[in-house]
Design a protein around this ligand. Sequence first.
Ligand code: ZN
Length: 307
Amino acid sequence: MKINPDTLQRFVFENTPVRGNLVNLTQTFQLALNQQQLPKGLRHALGELMAASALLSATLKMHGALVLQIQSKGLLKLLVVECSTNLEGAINIRATAKWSGEISDEQTLFELVEYGHFMITLDPKDGGQAYQGIVPLEGGSISTVLENYMLRSEQIDTRIWLFCDGNSAAGMLIQKLPETMNQVTQAEDLIIQDLETWNRVGYLASTVTEDELLHLPTEALLSRLFNEEDVRLFEASTTSFFCSCSRDSVSNMLRLLGDEELTGIIEERGNIEVNCDFCNTLYTFDKVDVAQLMLMETATITGPEIH
Ligand SMILES: [Zn+2]
């Protein structure tokens, strides 16, 4: 039994530029996906992507949303995971998938992808600049795709291990922070030493098994992997499933369709139903609700919050 489920923990290798994160998603994973009828392969892939989103967002110094997407023209259309960190450091995650046709439980993510892309979006939500990066989906596993992305787009050496057994998901990330210019010009010995540390830690980390990462308590895992290293573990952050949808956000989205479109749907179907893909909440708007929406349109000038 995992002693510390639904936590993210940062650690550093003292006096080196190497740092890491560990995450376990148990209730977070189950609450996020149990409302959705997902083929097994996509459930596992979303678990890995959810773990990855928490690991990556912990490496960023920002409060806001990190969105990871895998888009494809194959049977799989979209995997999307949104991870937001609030001011208290708590991590909220939601996830969903879109696909077409029949997918058997034996089919894995990469068998369902054609012309796949991986997309990462950072939305600081505090007025900072939003950022989006996109790379082809190459490498045969989500962790390889992310490692390649981090190296090519961010120039940061990163190794990532992700596992999902269908009930929980877990991940580990290690990163070597880039040398500063000062170090580059002044201390070649230090750079060689750092590189040796990085290679050694990477090798030790690569011995991790699925069972260990999913089930060992954090301290036990770190001492099993990095017994001889000087590792400092930071306080854990908690992870939860949280969907930010609301009747207000759906109302705003509907208003964008315009009076004519809304009236048309009401005349045809009697009411308007919007289902949230992430949490499966159904929002229903009848004729009276829609009339109110249209009145509000003229009175509200605030920007729409599309979810
Ligand atoms: Zn929702």
